[in-house]
Design a protein around this ligand. Structure first.
Ligand code: URA
Length: 206
């Protein structure tokens, strides 16, 4: 199955999953959105009002900021994949509960398995905690972490949530600065992959 079809299947599986919390009808699901071949996946928290209407992540005010941040590094939104920990809108936009996070986790894991991004950018503390349990956003934002995720290497760059940046000028300054580091991180990873490929070719020639 190609990647787009696999992502479509994940969406349908969520819509048909009667055990998912915070859902009363299939249309409540806000699936991930973007390029199935994305090099970068952004993971937020949960949908809000606008996301629930358009059934797309990050299309409200936080999404407008995310679009601007992507533009600042010359990356088109269509090039990346954007998703949430909880793929619906919690009532009153409350913080997701542990059982809600864990109910949706297997669908997020499937998305990551299909896309196999080079970099995962976590937006806010809930997605950060999935990969860097115990980390504090103030100490780790904008840094690159190599983690072992389900037996595979994954590169995580935790960032502040865009909604937090909209509320606080200093967080806005930091998220802008952190985004500017992303192209360099990607470039470094590609160079590393290239050198590894050359090394393998040389070993095969010996
Ligand atoms: N905040 C999130 O975490 N996700 C969205 O999709 C929108 C706002």
């Amino acid at each position: 199955m190609d990647k787009a079809k696999e992502l479509q299947k994940i969406k349908e599986d969520m819509e048909n999953d009667k055990n998912l919390p915070l859902v009363s009808k299939p249309e409540d699901i806000i699936p991930g959105d973007g390029n199935p071949d994305a090099e970068i996946v952004f993971i937020g928290e949960a949908g809000g009002y606008h996301e629930s209407i358009q059934r797309k992540p990050f299309v409200g005010n936080a999404g407008t900021l995310l679009n601007q941040l992507l533009k600042s590094i010359n990356i088109k939104r269509e090039k990346v994949y954007i998703t949430n920990m909880v793929k619906t809108r919690p009532p009153n936009n409350k913080d997701p509960l542990p059982e809600e996070l864990s109910a949706y986790a297997r669908y997020l894991d499937r998305e990551l398995e299909v896309i196999q991004p080079k970099v995962i950018v976590t937006l806010g503390r809930f997605s950060m905690a999935k990969f860097l349990p115990g980390a504090r956003i103030t100490g780790v934002h904008g840094k690159k972490f190599d983690v072992n995720w389900k037996g595979k290497e994954a590169v995580i760059v935790p960032m502040y949530h865009p909604a937090a940046a909209l509320r606080n000028g200093e967080v806005m300054r930091q998220i802008r600065e952190d985004f500017l580091k992303l192209p360099g991180i990607l470039e470094e990873l590609k160079n590393k992959e290239e050198s590894a490929e050359i090394e393998i070719e040389q070993m095969n020639l010996c």
